[in-house]
Design a protein. Structure first.
Length: 388
């Protein structure tokens, strides 16, 4: 293994909610040369107004494409590298049935990735380290109807994993597609954020008010910066779990929006002994029960129970067994299945009730889950009109 602990090797057994979410070359044609700009300044050098014209869309809104990343490093995955690649290819092929998928891969691995993913997936040259596109791809926002990408300075979840290439994905990807880049004044990952598209942000304090990302910054400072960067009016802080997994407890495996005012909350399998993860879920329930969103709505909170850990088909020493790490595509929702048929079916039914017009596609992702991640961790949407 590498000297820095990998996302896979740094994980712990999950009895409560799963908390995981993970010199470059030019990226081929399409490099627009669009100048980067720091947060708080427009391309012209004028201040960016934190007004109603700036917005982070909800995941269920229209996607132009879905980005994914081909796992590159045997030092991270060891003997599981071919198996995690099979999982990633399976997810990419499933999503490509409904929307355009771009797989980023190291140039030397591009042909293998293309063969595994099939002709329905576009594979592009991009130096990457690992598969966690949710955290390395920029967070997209709309400003005056135009798309921008916020680069949150990925640092390997607080320098816990090698990230020389993944740290540059934000800059290079935006340059390739000609999307203006905003460099955030703080460090975070895409899995840190959950929004309703109507200016409410859910986030765990443990994953961002943390000296391994933002030393010396208070929660109030970070909240102010996030509101400006992402166009939020209200930030709802959940405690999370600090220091027990590589992400410090991303929100995208704890609580997820399905519509404005409606959230699914990951809950431990009945009878599981209380631990830091289940207590964090309880704390999130308390906070959300007492909160209102930016539009003044109270939350409808729906439990999303985990499977029986004795019935899951994958490894159990570090297995992400939350259903909350699903991905909402243009016409389908992609949900893991873990081998506990009753729990898998129950989760499918809950998601179908919430996304009645979308197909629920359940996928086996045992190796990804063993690495502490899920389908949401491995995907990142670009808002916009679907590519035909």
């Amino acid at each position: 293994m590498a000297d820095l602990p990998s996302r896979r090797s740094a994980l712990r057994v999950l009895a409560g909610f799963g908390a995981f979410a993970l010199g470059a070359t030019a990226c081929g044609s399409g490099d627009s040369g669009e100048p980067d700009r720091p947060a708080g300044t427009a391309t012209t050098g004028q201040a960016v107004p934190a007004d109603e014209d700036r917005r982070m869309p909800a995941e269920w809104e229209s996607h132009a494409r879905t980005f994914m990343s081909w796992p590159a490093l045997e030092s991270v995955w060891e003997d599981d590298l071919p198996f995690v690649r099979e999982d990633i290819a399976r997810v990419a092929r499933a999503i490509s049935e409904y929307e355009y998928v771009v797989m980023m891969a190291r140039p030397a691995q591009r042909a293998g990735a293309q063969k595994a993913c099939g002709s329905g997936v576009e594979v592009i040259d991009m130096p990457v380290d690992d598969l966690w596109a949710r955290d390395t791809v920029p967070v997209f926002v709309e400003q005056d109807g135009k798309l921008e990408g916020v680069d949150f300075n990925f640092n390997g979840w607080g320098d816990k994993q090698t990230h020389d290439n993944d740290a540059l994905v934000g800059r290079l990807l935006l340059r390739k597609y000609g999307i203006p880049r905003i460099q955030a004044p703080l460090v975070a990952e895409g899995g840190s954020f959950e929004t309703d598209g109507e200016r409410t942000l859910l986030i765990t304090e443990s994953s961002i008010v943390n000296d391994n990302r933002n030393p010396g910054k208070s929660r109030a400072q970070i909240e102010t910066e996030l509101k400006e960067l992402l166009g939020m009016e209200k930030v709802i802080w959940l405690k999370g779990v600090r220091g027990e997994d590589i992400t410090d407890a991303h929100v995208d495996s704890l609580v997820r929006y399905t519509a404005p005012g409606v959230v699914l909350l990951d809950r431990a399998f009945p009878g599981t002994p209380p631990d830091s993860w289940s207590r964090s879920s309880d704390q999130a329930m308390t906070v959300l029960s007492e909160a209102t969103d930016a539009q003044g709505r109270e939350f409808e909170i729906i439990d999303l129970p985990q499977p029986d850990p004795d019935l899951i088909t994958g490894y159990t020493d570090a297995f992400l067994s939350t259903y909350a790490n699903f991905y909402v595509g243009n016409d389908a929702v992609y949900l893991p299945k873990f081998g506990d048929k009753a729990a898998d079916d129950r989760a499918r039914g809950i998601l179908q009730e919430q996304f009645a017009t979308r197909e629920i596609v359940q996928l086996s992702i045992d190796t990804i889950a063993t690495g502490g991640g899920g389908i949401h961790c491995a995907t990142h949407e670009q808002p916009g009109k679907p590519i035909e």
